[in-house]
Design a binder for this molecule. Structure first.
Ligand code: SF4
Length: 447
């Protein structure tokens, strides 16, 4: 038996890819551990979305160099967006890295690990393959989580001016529906109840390859026995079709949540970002979604301080927050990404202005999020239980011990509640919400 340590940085796609790498390494005898020192194989799955991604990767690799001094036969793999972007530069600056693996060739990992362990060699493979890199030859582990990610497409064709994804993940490519369905069935057999379909822009799934549209894929998936909930991420507002909105009317398993990144409430900024929609189109899509699913929670992403964003532009974003009333937001200050076109834009915003705008935006959103959560008080919600809460139990008396559980509503709100039962994981429990907190709800079970 050999040990593999994986450090995953970044988005859900990377979480999915890391799990996939662990599964395909299993036939070589690797099991996952959480100690760098004891690992025979170390994988760093990097992300370029974060600021100073390359510097952070090299600083982390410095720690690995220390571990490798004590265990020189350790194999070190760097993969993900930074690996794709920097390629050879990684081994030049960190010569103890054995394998640099691009985002489109993960399936080659076992072959490369075998090669390096037999004959110490260095492998750099950042080939941008054309088709969907269908990875076969692995089994789902016996114990699967209640909620799992399933990748349905890779790459992106949209070229938003601030984003590196099209450069480091390649052009958009969709996976065959049969393959997606088979993976979901195998997860369900292992105990999964909820899946999140992943892609950079799931709304355009299958169109380029003429497979089937995203709403059609949802209709195929909804019939899988044992699957209780379907989520997806991420969507591009310009591709949010009427058919997808209609799916929220017809598919009960689709959860009451839509993550629709708006990025800015100003048409000037949206144009500068190359987002190809206006605030008016965005608002119209949300109104339509709410007309078919009045309880749907809407979440979004915002970038503040994009080059050229004036105070008036920023105010348009604040007004949009008030108009839409998002349930929650992921808001970030704009920062340059070397390969993205906006890094060359001239009219950059001062750091203190960006900081001030982000604080104002978060303050407004906190008020809105609180207001949206308070609506849940006194309601009975169906909660799919994922795990024990961090605070695990409360002793009421010598005989009664209440365990504290954590799950999610269909609208993706985290709910903590007490229950006497020993194992609720994977069950859907009715919970009466007693208290709304800023980022979660607290309740008592009614069954
Ligand atoms: S849609 Fe835009 S922001 Fe999203 S991954 Fe593609 S280029 Fe990046």
């Amino acid at each position: 038996m050999k040990n593999v340590y994986v450090n995953t940085i970044g988005c859900q796609m990377n979480v999915y890819d890391s799990e996939l790498m662990i599964k395909i390494l299993k036939p070589l005898g690797y099991v996952q551990i959480d100690s760098i020192k004891k690992a025979d194989l170390i994988i760093i799955n990097t992300c370029s979305i974060r600021e100073k991604a390359a510097e952070k990767t090299f600083s982390y690799l410095g720690r690995i160099a220390q571990a490798k001094k004590e265990k020189p036969d350790q194999i070190v793999v760097v993969t993900g967006c930074v690996a794709q972007n920097l390629g050879k530069e990684i081994t030049r600056r960190a010569p103890y890295v054995d394998i640099v693996l691009g985002t489109r060739v993960l399936g080659r990992l076992p072959e490369y690990v075998k090669k390096v362990s037999e004959k110490r060699d260095r492998i750099i493979d950042i080939e941008m393959t054309e088709g969907f890199d269908e990875i076969k030859g692995y089994e789902e582990p016996k114990e699967t989580k209640v909620s799992k990610f399933v990748t349905i497409m890779r790459g992106c064709d949209n070229y938003c001016n601030y984003c590196v994804v099209p450069y480091v993940r390649g052009r958009e490519i969709s996976r065959e529906p049969e393959s997606i369905i088979n993976e979901i069935k195998s997860l369900i057999d292992g105990g999964t109840k909820e899946i999140t379909l992943l892609g950079q822009n799931v709304n355009s799934y299958g169109l380029k390859e003429n497979l089937c549209s995203f709403p059609e894929l949802l209709h195929k998936i909804k019939n899988i026995d044992g699957l209780e909930r379907i989520r997806f991420a991420t969507s591009h507002p310009k591709d949010l079709s009427d058919n997808l909105i209609e799916a929220f009317k017809n598919i009960d398993k689709l959860c009451d949540n839509f993550h629709l990144p708006v990025q800015s409430g100003s048409n000037n900024v949206l144009k500068g970002m190359n987002r190809k929609y206006t605030r008016e189109i965005y608002i119209e899509r949300i109104i339509k979604l709410r007309s078919v699913r009045p309880d749907i929670s809407i979440t979004s992403d915002i970038i503040v301080g994009f080059p050229g964003e004036s105070e008036e532009d920023f105010n348009d974003t604040l007004l949009l927050l008030k108009e839409i009333e998002f349930d929650s937001l992921f808001a970030f200050k704009y920062s340059d990404r070397s390969v993205a076109p906006a890094s060359k834009f001239k009219n950059k915003i001062e750091e203190d202005v960006k900081t001030d705008r982000l604080a104002r935006l978060n303050e407004l959103q906190n008020e809105i999020s609180k207001k949206k959560n308070i609506i849940y008080e006194e309601r009975v919600e169906k909660v799919l239980v994922e795990s024990l809460s961090k605070r695990q139990s409360t002793e009421i008396s010598e005989d009664i011990k209440l365990k504290q559980w954590m799950g999610r509503t269909s609208s993706n709100k985290i709910v903590n509640f007490n229950h006497t039962e020993d194992d609720l994981i994977g069950r859907t429990i009715e919970v009466k919400i007693e208290k709304a907190r800023a980022n979660s709800l607290w309740g008592i079970s009614t069954n």
